[in-house]
Write a protein of this length. Structure first.
Length: 367
């Protein structure tokens, strides 16, 4: 599962790619050490770089990327970065420029047909799992919209732990918690199956022990383990999708500039307690109580309260603040825009039916 930089060299050599479009984040591309590596081994290739400017994957920049790709006509797109970079590449590789493209995105009605060219993804963060998922997101006028298609899955991916080590801890913390949240949400999602449960369980067996270790001591061993955990979590949610914590996170990112994994963690314990407290309302085809027992076993706790305490301690060690007052978030003042920004597709995967009133009560609870 883990690769070396030689694997990328051999891949490009064996496939005889001549024109390579490299989509990346400028800071992460430099900090990760990827820039030095790719500058050296692509000297005999025709290469075009596109550096992502927006923190979030936004419609306007997506259009710019599509135009650049179509003008350059590469035989390979390399997406090197975090989830936003990889999502940009995934969407740009399957979407055609149309006058009504924005409407198609907003109405979740884009007709996927084929890939434009080959796409390889190289993550520089541990969290999104975007290199293996069949979905991608784009923000249109501050609202998050999801694409979902097997055509979005990159043709190849490479996990290079060396590229993860030098990222700022604030990015490691947010991305790493996202991997943990993905796996946990996958286990209770209505769409989960035996395969997704296996992926999610394996991911958590690694990340529970490696996440904080990676933050405190970002060496090759810890980077490797978190890279594996993230990839497995990505495989899990590619099957099951995510649930309420992810669905509710997006407006907190777009409205308050809270990084994605951090936003997912804001109310994580509250949503899991809501699901556990409403087991009798479960809409799953599996026994939801058994899934929670599996989660408790993985975290070595006996009940939902102990589980939530453990999640809280993990967030505290990672310095992921969840005090809304400290974060200058006024739920009452912003409630209309928050509710408007919730992703209904993800919300529909929650094991217990949850409506706007439930969400408002959960996120405004003073605990």
């Amino acid at each position: 599962m883990i690769n070396s930089t030689n694997d990328i060299k051999n891949f490009i050599k064996d496939k005889n790619f001549k024109k390579i479009f490299i989509l990346c984040g400028k800071k992460s591309f430099i900090i990760s050490g990827a820039k030095i590596f790719f500058n050296k081994f692509t000297e005999d290739k025709e290469v075009k770089f596109f550096y992502k400017n927006s923190e979030l994957p936004v419609y306007e920049e997506l259009i710019d990327i599509i135009k650049n790709i179509r003008t350059f006509k590469p035989d390979l797109i390399l997406a090197i970065g975090g989830g936003a970079v990889i999502d940009y590449a995934k969407i740009a590789n399957v979407v055609e420029l149309k006058d009504n493209l924005k409407d198609l995105i907003v109405n979740y009605s884009y007709p996927f047909k084929e890939k434009y060219t080959k796409l390889a993804a190289i993550p520089t963060t541990t969290g999104s799992g975007a290199e293996v998922t069949s979905n991608a997101v784009i923000y249109v006028e501050g609202i998050k919209h999801s694409f979902e298609s097997q055509l979005l899955v990159p043709d190849n991916f490479f996990l290079i732990p060396e590229f993860l080590i030098s990222a700022p801890n604030i990015i490691k913390a947010s991305a790493g918690f996202d991997a943990i949240a993905q796996a946990l949400e996958s286990l209770v999602s209505k769409k989960s199956n035996e395969q997704s449960v296996e992926y999610a369980s394996k991911s958590l067996r690694v990340s529970i022990n490696s996440y904080i270790s990676f933050l405190n001591n970002p060496n090759l061993k810890n980077a490797t383990e978190m890279s594996i955990a993230s990839n497995l979590a990505g495989k899990a949610i590619s099957i099951s999708k995510t649930t309420a914590p992810h669905a509710t996170s997006y407006p907190f990112t777009s409205l308050f500039n809270i990084s994605h994994g951090h936003a997912v963690g804001l109310f994580f314990e509250r949503f899991f307690k809501f699901n556990f407290d409403n087991l009798n309302r479960s809409e799953t085809t599996f026994d939801l109580k058994h899934r929670f027992d599996l989660i408790f076993n993985l975290f070595d706790v006996k009940n939902i309260n102990d589980f939530n305490i453990k999640i809280g301690l993990i967030k505290k060690e990672a310095k992921l603040e969840d005090n809304l007052e400290t974060l200058n978030i006024d739920i009452k003042q912003s409630s209309e825009n928050i509710i408007k920004g919730i992703n209904l597709l993800r919300l529909g995967n929650n094991p217990v039916k949850i409506d706007e009133k439930d969400i408002y009560n959960i996120i405004s609870k003073n605990i």
